[in-house]
Design a protein around this ligand. Structure first.
Ligand SMILES: [Zn+2]
Length: 110
């Protein structure tokens, strides 16, 4: 899939990356829109001590759930559910400057 990657501070590349693999209790979201916020700019500038490069930025996004295989059956998410994950909860897990990303099911809102 296509994604924007920060290869190293100050170096951005639009190219192909592996499709995301959801962890336990995560859904895969087809990204419809993704914002660029101050955190992303700090990542581009190399100002985040927690960043490990290369990385795909983006944690403020919305889209549609396209896979939910790792969720238990009692989770309400189904394919086609609209999703706008809570940015602060999704911050660690998301890489939404891409066609698809994973989001924790606990970070959901519809
Ligand atoms: Zn943000």
């Amino acid at each position: 899939m296509r994604a924007l990657t920060i290869v190293e501070p100050g170096v951005l590349e639009l190219g192909e990356v592996e499709d995301p693999t959801p962890g336990a209790d995560e859904v895969v979201v087809e990204v419809g829109a993704c914002g660029v916020c101050g955190t992303d700019l700090h990542l581009i500038d190399g100002e985040s001590p927690l960043a490990s490069y290369p990385l795909v930025p983006g944690h403020e996004f919305s889209g549609v759930v396209v896979a939910r295989e790792t969720l238990s059956k009692d989770q309400p998410w189904g394919s086609g559910s609209r999703s706008t994950p809570t940015p602060t909860v999704a911050l660690a897990a998301s890489a939404a400057q891409a066609e698809r990303t994973c989001a924790p099911a606990t970070a959901r809102s519809v």
